[in-house]
Each structure stands twice: as structure tokens, then as C-alpha cells.
Design a protein around this ligand. Structure first.
Ligand code: PLP
Length: 393
């Protein structure tokens, strides 16, 4: 082992966390009471510190680009054809295409057209929701660690963050989140499945939570990775919106549709929530006719979505087994990435992987080091596994 960490001691220590996850349903109540990453709640200080980024100029030449949870197979050929064909409509603003897209999405989601808001990716919606709801301060509640886009913007404009540690099974601690609500809470953010852990919060629990708390403050459910799950996205909270609950659901074309660079996302919410945002900003103005037409074509390309889901699972299972064989105790994932503890500083691992032309992400979570690998093609995952093994063995 080329790091100064004693690998055997480290493996023993980290085995505890992963074996509890592997035990699946067999969590004892005592174990569940403990936070997943051993954090204290409501510290206000993020436990998740992303401490090493691969310089942008180095990413383009990677042999395995496994750092941004992109879809290696996309976009669908049908999307590419629609994009090419619609380029000649580029002299006009997007309205004809966007009206069509809203209609298609409303039908798909079983909601009215005024429940849908389009944007150039879900990042735009996360940030603009933060602007719309947190302009006068207040607080936002979310899990820790979780995806930080909305929280970062909310904090930048003066809101505070109530961080609630994930439970030992890496699900959201919904009871603690509910208890954290006060008169100043503007929003609860739930990422399901969660990034960077790749884990889920059971949908029945999440729905019950949403029903209970949304009378006090809106619940924003980020479902970026939902459609990659085996059931293809059935575990959504979107149905609660038509029942009148104040839930804001966000989806993206960056993952299952493989369109991260084309920038398309949408929100499903109560019309009054959408109005709060559109009174301030026009999210559609960040979109292009070509991207919308590509997204429409991709929506009808069910074959491509199934291909992505199936191959993502095959390659994820392979990677999970390789990580286990390497003694790294990966966290079981429902997404297109896997988080795993590492026996060396993340910066060191990431730069050694870079030397082998493999790009992954690294996190420091509550003082512990983790790698996060996105699921790519089988060739990329094999290169990842051999490179990793050569570094840690
Ligand atoms: C949980 C989550 N939400 C939103 C996004 C942003 O997606 P988009 O490309 O639609 O902006 C990501 C991107 O990785 C994500 O992980």
C-alpha cells in the first residue's frame, strides 16, 4: 500500500459502516438512531467538504470521465436527429417548442399545464427556487450530506442552513427534519435518491412526511436520479401535487436522457409556486429550441431510456463487486454513481487516478475520505477498477 495509512486497521474500521448497509433490512433501532457519517445535527457547518476538483482543462482528455454522473451513452440518436432538424428554427424564440413540451410533460405527469415549469437544467430551477423563497432570509432544512446547489444559493443570499445528518441506513432523517421546522423555515430540500450517497429514502415514509409538513412549508424533492431506478421512476412524490400538497418536484434530462450538455430540466409544482418564480425570472429564456426539440424526441425514445437503465445497472453491479473485492466497502447505490470510503487523502487518490487518465470525485465527509465514481461504459469501469487496484494494493 503506497499510502501511510495502515490498510488493515482502516478496513476493519470502515467495515462497520458498510456491513450495516449490506445487512439491508436488518438494522437494529439502536443502529438506526446513529447518523450515517457520525455527525452532530444542526451544526450549521457542512460535514461534506468536497476537497479536490479535477481542473476543467484536464477533463476533456480523460480516458474514463467518471466525475459528474453523466450518461456515457447519450443523447439518444432520435434526440440528436431532432436537434439537427430543429436548428433551422433558431431564428425564433422557444415558445412554440416550449408550449409543446409543457403539454407533453403535463400528460406524462398527469398534471395540468400550469403545474409545469421548464428550465435550462434543474440547476436553474434549484437556484431560482432559492432566490424566490429565500430573498428575505429564513432557513432551509436539508440532509447532510446531500446535493448542495439550492442550499448554497440560499446561503449566499442570506438564509441559514439547518443540516440534518442522514440516518445509519443513509436515508433522510425525516423525523429530525420535521422537528427542525420553525417559523423562519422557507423550504425543506429532499434529494431522492440522494447525491452523493446514491441511497434512497423509502417512498411511503417520504410521502407521509410530505403530507404532514407541507402545510407548514414547501418540500422540494429533487428526483434527478429517480428514472435510473429499476422501476423506472415510479417512486415519485409528484402525485401529491394534484392532491393539493405544497410539493415542488424537480427532474432533469441530464441523467437518464444523457443530455447534460444540452441543459433541459423541469419542475412540477402548484401553480402559485411556479408563479412565485416566474414573477421574478423567465426560466425558459435560458433554453434553446434545439435542446427542447431534442428532449421531446428523447422522451418518446423509451428504448434508449431502457438501454441506459439496464446498462447502468450492469456496470454499477460490476463496479460494486470490484470495490468490494478491493476491500473498499462501497455504499449500495440506486443511481449512476457509487460512494466508497478510501484509505488515503482524496486529493492523493484523485491525482493518482488522473495519472491513469481516470477522473473521479472526492469528498471529505465529517473528516473521513471518500471517492465517488460515476458509472460509465464497461471499458471505463474496467479501467477504473484496474487503476484503483494498482493504487491501493
Ligand atoms: C441531485 C442533483 N440535482 C440536480 C443536478 C443538476 O442537474 P442539471 O444538469 O439538470 O442542472 C444534479 C447534477 O448532478 C444532481 O446530482
Amino acid at each position: 500500500m503506497k499510502s501511510n495509512v495502515n490498510r488493515r486497521t482502516w478496513l476493519k474500521q470502515s467495515a462497520f459502516a458498510a456491513s450495516s448497509v449490506m445487512a439491508g433490512m436488518a438494522f437494529s433501532n439502536e443502529l438506526l438512531a446513529k447518523p450515517a457519517f457520525g455527525m452532530k445535527p444542526l451544526s450549521g457547518k457542512p460535514s461534506l467538504l468536497e476537497n479536490y476538483f479535477i481542473p476543467l482543462q484536464d477533463r476533456a482528455s480523460l480516458k474514463a470521465r467518471l466525475l459528474a454522473n453523466e450518461n456515457p451513452w447519450g443523447p439518444s440518436k432520435k434526440a440528436v436527429a431532432a436537434i439537427a432538424e430543429s436548428a433551422s428554427k433558431g431564428n425564433r424564440y422557444v415558445y412554440n417548442s416550449s408550449m409543446k413540451m409543457v403539454e407533453v410533460l403535463a400528460t406524462k405527469e398527469g398534471v395540468a399545464k400550469d403545474n409545469i415549469l421548464l428550465a435550462a437544467g434543474s440547476t436553474d430551477l434549484l437556484e431560482k427556487t432559492a432566490f424566490a423563497l429565500c430573498m428575505k432570509g429564513g432557513n432551509v432544512i436539508s440532509a447532510d450530506p446531500s446535493y448542495m446547489s439550492l442550499v448554497k444559493t440560499a446561503k449566499a443570499i442570506g438564509a441559514t442552513w439547518k443540516n440534518i445528518p442522514l440516518k445509519a441506513d443513509y436515508s433522510h432523517d425525516l423525523d429530525a427534519m420535521e422537528k427542525a421546522i420553525d417559523a423562519e423555515t422557507k423550504l425543506i430540500y429532499v434529494c431522492n435518491p440522494n447525491n452523493p450517497t446514491g441511497t434512497i429514502t423509502p417512498i411511503a415514509d417520504l410521502k407521509a412526511f410530505c403530507k404532514r409538513v407541507s402545510s407548514k412549508c414547501p418540500v422540494f424533492v429533487d428526483e434527478a436520479y429517480l428514472e435510473l431506478m429499476d422501476d423506472g421512476g415510479l417512486q415519485t412524490t409528484a402525485g401529491l401535487i394534484t392532491e393539493g400538497h405544497d410539493i415542488i418536484v424537480c427532474r432533469t434530462f441530464s441523467k437518464i436522457h444523457g443530455m447534460a450538455g444540452l441543459r433541459v430540466g423541469y419542475m412540477i409544482a402548484k401553480p402559485e409556486r411556479i408563479k412565485t418564480i416566474t414573477q421574478l425570472v423567465r426560466t425558459e429564456m435560458g433554453m434553446s429550441v434545439t435542446s427542447i426539440e431534442g428532449a421531446l424526441a428523447s422522451l418518446s425514445d423509451v428504448e434508449f431510456q431502457t438501454f441506459t437503465r439496464t446498462n447502468n445497472k450492469i456496470n454499477r453491479d460490476y463496479t460494486f463487486e470490484e470495490l468490494k473485492k478491493a476491500g473498499l466497502n462501497p455504499i449500495p447505490s440506486y443511481t449512476n454513481f457509487i460512494l466508497f470510503p478510501i484509505p488515503m487523502p482524496t486529493k492523493e487518490l484523485l491525482s493518482k487516478m488522473m495519472e491513469k487518465s481516470v477522473g473521479i470525485r472526492g469528498f471529505e465527509i465529517n473528516g473521513k475520505q471518500y471517492g465517488r465514481v460515476s458509472i460509465g461504459t464497461m471499458d471505463e469501469m474496467k479501467l477504473f477498477a484496474t487503476s484503483l487496484n494498482s493504487i491501493i494494493s
